[in-house]
Design a protein around this ligand. Structure first.
Ligand code: FAD
Length: 250
């Protein structure tokens, strides 16, 4: 008897050119890439790409770094990434200094971090550039219609760090099912919204959402935050493994 092992197909490798850059916060740059072969860049919201950089890692191989696709699937050869410039980080420093016209090898799209289309109320929890995969997921969910709640809890230090804030707030105005909540760890005195880390607020929102159906939480960012949110939702919110979807950046 033979047994079959199912593995996801290998990601495609292609060349892409950096066609635009824009600072979106003091520490985050948006990078727009375009496939060099002009083919559409086809991906599912939530997926990421691996960039092969022309600098060497500690084993003398080209340094590779993963970035969530921040754009909305459109069938265009272009796609957007948002990169936090990490102090002392070789990959992110190189990338955020790269000039327009830079050409890189890209492997992707990759990953299984998707919003389940048939799922009930959704809680999206992100810090910093962890919000990137949620942009496409939210646009897709709104375009698909329906009325299941989509709640975004986005943790940043201060107003200047809240990338995509205007876009999410405009969507929130147009779609009552979308709720966009910023939580600031270093807010200005006049800030009347949520304060502190997302870990503090996730449980209350989860319990509120659970009154409207069986919720799913999508959590993206650095591991410390991910694990703390997961823990509180499991232990105090009764969340089961299948309801929690995590994407770790480190
Ligand atoms: C699936 C996946 C998707 C990712 N998507 C993104 C993305 O969309 N945008 C993005 O900026 N990064 C993203 N990352 C992180 C990215 O791959 C790199 O780890 C990051 O750019 C740091 O690389 P570096 O070489 O500059 O620093 P390194 O020397 O490799 O790492 C230095 C430190 O940076 C921390 N770090 C990693 N990512 C971040 C971050 N975003 N904010 C603050 N600190 C961080 C790590 O904890 C690590 O200790 C993603 C990682 C994964 C695995």
């Amino acid at each position: 008897m033979t047994s079959e092992v199912h593995r996801p197909p290998l990601p495609e490798t292609f060349e892409a050119t950096l066609v635009g850059t824009r600072p979106v916060t003091p520490r985050v740059k948006e990078l727009v890439f375009e496939r060099a072969d002009g083919q559409p860049f086809t991906f599912r919201s939530g997926q990421w790409v691996s960039l092969v950089l022309p600098i060497l890692d500690e084993k003398d191989r080209p340094l590779r770094r993963a970035y969530s696709v921040a754009s909305v699937p459109s069938g265009s050869p272009r796609f957007e990434l948002v990169v936090t410039r990490v102090d002392g980080g070789r990959g992110s420093t190189w990338l955020t200094d790269a000039p327009v016209g830079t050409r890189l090898e890209v492997k992707g799209p990759q990953g299984m971090f998707h919003r389940l289309a048939e799922a009930g109320p959704s809680l999206f929890v992100a810090t910093g550039t962890g919000v990137a995969p949620f942009r496409g997921m939210i646009h897709d969910a709104l375009a698909a219609g329906g009325d299941t709640p989509l709640w975004v809890l986005f943790g940043v230090r201060s107003p200047a760090d809240a990338l995509y804030r205007e876009e999410f707030e405009a969507l929130e105005k147009a779609h009552p099912r979308l709720r966009f909540m910023l939580s600031m760890s270093r807010p200005p005195p006049e800030w009347t919204g949520l304060r502190g880390y997302v870990q503090t607020h996730a449980l209350g929102l989860w319990k509120e959402l659970a009154k409207q159906g069986r919720p799913h939480a999508y959590i993206c960012g650095v591991k410390k935050m991910l694990l703390e949110v997961r823990e509180v939702l499991k232990k105090e919110g009764g969340a089961e493994r299948q309801q929690l979807h995590l994407e770790s950046y480190d």
